[in-house]
Design a protein. Structure first.
Length: 243
């Protein structure tokens, strides 16, 4: 007669082997499904700078330009108008451009965070203010409110009133289908370049994610990171070399 205890040991061993095999196969499938990091680090840029993955960005008639419209170095900025980080970056870029005597073309583009109504309403508000020739004024007001955390859904008409924009025309603009379609097109362009959040900056051949501080710093991993001023200076130097 076969020893019952041996049979149980054998069955237990087979069960362990089966479970281990299934686990390994499952893990292999998960690894295969995990996408590779799409961002390629920039050589010589220390850390946290990446090569753009999409087509080269070009100025369009929809871009709002701050600074010198004929500058040789163009900085594309995707801003989320509900984000205090976008407000901080805007201040940093303004400081840099002022110190450089207006040597930058800064092209502003809206970015809408999925599911964030304030983010979307802020972007549409800027587009409507642009129609009234008050983009810069509205941008300053909204970013200041974003920085202090006072933005409220449905409350952007207050800023329109402050700037003398007709309330009825403004409200009609916010719900205008053409404006929504234009915003969707801008977001589609952002998606092509793997912009997944704001702020995100493109400086020549370089993509920078987040509100990069003005000065060099050491991040939480102990890595030295180039400040935004150093990045801009390096890119300006590269432009001068190509002349």
């Amino acid at each position: 007669m076969i020893n019952t205890k041996k049979i149980w040991y054998l069955l237990a061993a087979m069960a362990v082997i089966l479970i281990t095999t299934v686990a390994l196969m499952s893990n292999k499938k998960e690894v295969e499904k995990t996408p590779k990091n799409p961002y390629q680090a920039i050589d010589g840029a220390k850390t946290n700078s990446y090569e753009p993955v999409g087509e080269s960005l070009e100025l369009t008639t929809d871009d709002n330009v701050i600074g010198n419209k004929k500058a040789e170095l163009i900085v594309f900025v995707y801003e989320d108008y509900s984000s205090p980080y976008s407000a901080v970056l805007a201040e940093t870029l303004s400081r840099i451009n002022s110190e450089l005597d207006n040597k930058l073309t800064i092209a502003i583009r809206p970015f809408v965070t999925a599911g964030n109504n304030i983010s979307r309403e802020g972007a549409l508000t800027l587009m409507c203010a642009q129609d009234e020739g008050k983009f810069s004024e509205m941008r300053n007001v909204i970013l200041a409110a974003a920085k202090e955390g006072s933005l409220q859904e449905g409350g952007f008409n207050v800023y329109a009133n402050q700037l003398g924009i007709d309330e009825t025309a403004f409200n009609n603009c916010l719900t205008n289908e053409e404006k929504s379609l234009k915003l969707e097109a801008i977001m589609a362009e952002a998606d092509k370049n793997l912009v997944i959040g704001a702020p995100t900056i493109f400086i020549a051949n370089e993509m920078i994610i987040g509100a990069r501080p003005y000065s060099d710093f050491v991040d939480s991993n102990g890595d030295a990171v180039e400040g935004l001023k150093a990045v801009v200076d390096r890119q300006l130097s590269a432009v001068g070399t190509k002349k």
